[in-house]
Write a protein that binds this ligand. Structure first.
Ligand code: ATP
Length: 268
């Protein structure tokens, strides 16, 4: 099932009577890591939930290759799109290794099979979470638990991997390591999408950046094309530093800009 794109076409969504997404087009291509950025409340989580098949769009469609995602069975969809929710919590004191093994359920595996699944072992190694294997996830720190939950999503080995803020709780070394792992998943041919707020990491690791604001896609392109001071001023209201370095693009939000002055009164 490797090799097909996940495409949102003219997607709209309404939640609690509010228009949260309008006319959003997005393609997650195999081999590419797409960073989805935008202000709080822009609709990023809603968009990725629509693309993971968890929220039915009010209008528009989501296609995996040529097939509507809604035409896939629940199990087929779970094998096709691995989804890491934002700020995930786990209610049960399961050992971390069992939580990661839940990623194998769509393939007929899961915890309690009595053997170490190579996909589970690989995912725990990639997220540096092997040391927690036997510990109840409820006893882990926020960042430790975040790595275990990412490992569960990786263990699905789905052609599409969608992660909602996977690095927000992580220390700097693990942020870099996890972004490296997600980029490596893209290099293997997966379509990877990452909702994130860290513009420096987006600039450094993303192949494509999509910006959402007020429920609409306002820009999409390479980090070089999209992460410009003018765009960041317009979308986030920040002044930012940008430097082209031999080893990558450095983007750093620097200070908030003063709010836009309102229109001048007609008498001035
Ligand atoms: N169940 C709901 N009922 C009403 N409004 C909702 C509901 N869920 C989300 N919203 C609203 O939809 C908008 C988009 O929310 P969403 O979580 O998609 O934003 P986001 O871009 O992921 O934000 P953040 O960066 O803060 O995580 C927000 O204004 C939010 O308040």
């Amino acid at each position: 099932m490797m090799g097909a794109a996940l495409t949102a076409r003219a997607v709209a969504a309404r939640l609690g009577g509010r228009q949260v997404l309008a006319d959003v087009d997005m393609t997650l291509s195999p081999g590419s890591l797409t960073a989805i950025i935008g202000p709080n409340g822009a609709g990023k989580t809603t968009l990725v939930r629509v693309m993971a098949g968890l929220v039915r769009p009010e209008a528009g469609t989501v296609l995996f290759g040529e097939r509507p995602l809604s035409a896939l069975s629940a199990r087929e969809r779970a094998r096709t799109v691995a989804y890491l929710p934002q700020g995930g919590t786990v209610a049960w004191p399961l050992p971390a290794a069992d939580v990661v093994a839940l990623g194998r359920v769509p393939h007929g595996g899961g915890p309690g099979t009595g053997r170490i699944d190579p996909a589970v072992a690989h995912a725990m190694r990639a997220t540096d979470s092997e040391a927690f294997a036997g510990r109840a996830v409820t006893t882990l720190s926020g960042g430790e638990r975040a790595r275990v939950l990412l490992a569960r999503a990786l263990a699905v080995e789905a052609p599409v991997l969608i992660c909602d803020e996977p690095v927000a709780a992580l220390d700097p070394r693990h942020q870099l390591a996890v972004m490296g792992v997600l980029a490596a998943e893209a290099r293997k041919g997966r379509a990877v999408a990452v909702v994130m707020h860290d513009l420096a990491l987006a600039a450094r690791y993303a192949d494509r950046v999509a910006i959402l604001a007020e429920g609409r896609l306002v820009a999409a392109g390479t980090p070089h094309e999209v992460l410009t001071p003018a765009m960041l001023a317009e979308v986030f209201g920040v002044a930012s530093l940008r430097e082209e370095r031999p080893d990558g693009l450095l983007v750093l939000p620097w200070r908030p800009l003063a709010p836009e002055p309102g229109p001048l009164p007609p008498s001035v």
